[in-house]
Design a protein around this ligand. Structure first.
Ligand code: DGL
Length: 302
């Protein structure tokens, strides 16, 4: 289906996240699809989504997506793992525009990423190894560990997507990581300690893990800490952040639906947040790696 954009050569793309994390996806989109106007919505008043029920997540995500469509979005990127895992189909049914999430691109990136050649010296605790691991029995060559919110893990959306590609998946809920990132503790001993506990538990459950997929848009900010902790555990892993993969998949979707879109341009942005503008600008600049000049306050109700 080829869609005619109201302003040929220019496209309005909506980008939605429960908060700031989706700005890492926007950061990857800007250079890849420069002839676009981006409208970003961070539903910060209702964050975190990751600890809520499927019904609540779907209600919040659909109302946010409808707002972006009303603002003129012709294509929507769900730059939130939890909303993608629990509500992608609801959003696709609610809107008459192409909608893409982060899980399928993230799983594809895991398939295409080579495993590290160096050997692990990680030794799981014996008592833990003897317990039956909750790793699906897939004869894939690559074992992928997915760190994500509780709701994303419960949905098993990543396991389904990775298994469909022949990869073995083990998902680990890390509910403490989003508040630590929100607090700005991205290089903090407490965060390293928390990561060490989560990663030790996950690697003990599946010592054959070769790839680590960051299944939450907050986690890319923790990449240096994650690498540090993996090194200290003697278990190097290839770490994948789905932001770049999602941006590439979005560019492919744009090429299909809007083939006349210029490949050059100067991207423009409008930001909406449902809670404190000051906090969104302060924290958001870390995720986007540039200042967020104008942010509008939005009330989407409860
Ligand atoms: N954006 C969410 C995700 O990627 C994390 C924050 C939340 O729990 O709302 O899963």
């Amino acid at each position: 289906m080829v869609i005619k954009s109201p302003s040929p050569g220019r496209l309005t793309i909506g980008v939605f996240d429960s908060g700031f994390g989706g700005l890492t996806v926007l950061r990857a989109l800007l250079p890849l699809i420069p002839a676009a106007h981006y409208i970003y919505l961070g539903d910060t008043a209702r964050l975190p989504y990751g600890s809520k029920s499927r019904e609540t997540i779907a209600r919040y995500a659909v109302s946010s997506a409808k707002f972006l469509h009303q603002q003129g979005a012709e294509l929507l990127v769900i730059a939130c793992n939890t909303a993608t895992a629990l509500a992608l189909e609801d959003i696709q049914h609610a809107l008459p525009i192409p909608v893409i999430g982060v899980i399928q691109p993230g799983a594809q990136a895991a398939l295409q990423t080579p495993s590290p050649s160096h050997k692990s010296s990680f030794r799981p605790e014996r008592s833990e190894v003897e317990k039956p691991a909750s790793v699906p029995q897939v004869s894939g060559h690559n074992h992928v560990l997915v760190l994500a919110t509780t709701a994303t893990v419960r949905s098993h959306a990543y396991t389904h997507a990775l298994n469909a590609l022949g990869l073995a998946a083990h998902e680990k809920a890390c509910p403490l990581l989003v508040p630590l990132v929100e607090e700005g503790w991205i290089n903090h001993p407490v965060t390293d300690d928390v990561l060490k506990i989560y990663l030790t538990e996950a690697l003990t459950a599946d010592p054959a893990t070769q790839t680590l997929l960051l299944g939450c848009t907050h986690y890319p900010l923790l990449q240096p800490a994650i690498q540090r902790v993996l090194t200290s555990l003697g278990h190097p892993l290839t770490v994948i952040d789905s932001a770049d993969a999602t941006a590439r998949a979005t560019a492919a979707l744009v090429a299909t639906h809007f083939p006349s879109l210029s490949v050059t341009g100067d991207p423009t942005t409008t930001f909406y947040a449902t809670d404190s503008i000051e906090k969104f600008q302060r924290l958001g600049s870390n995720f986007l790696s540039q200042p967020l000049k104008e942010v509008h306050l939005l009330d989407l109700g409860g």
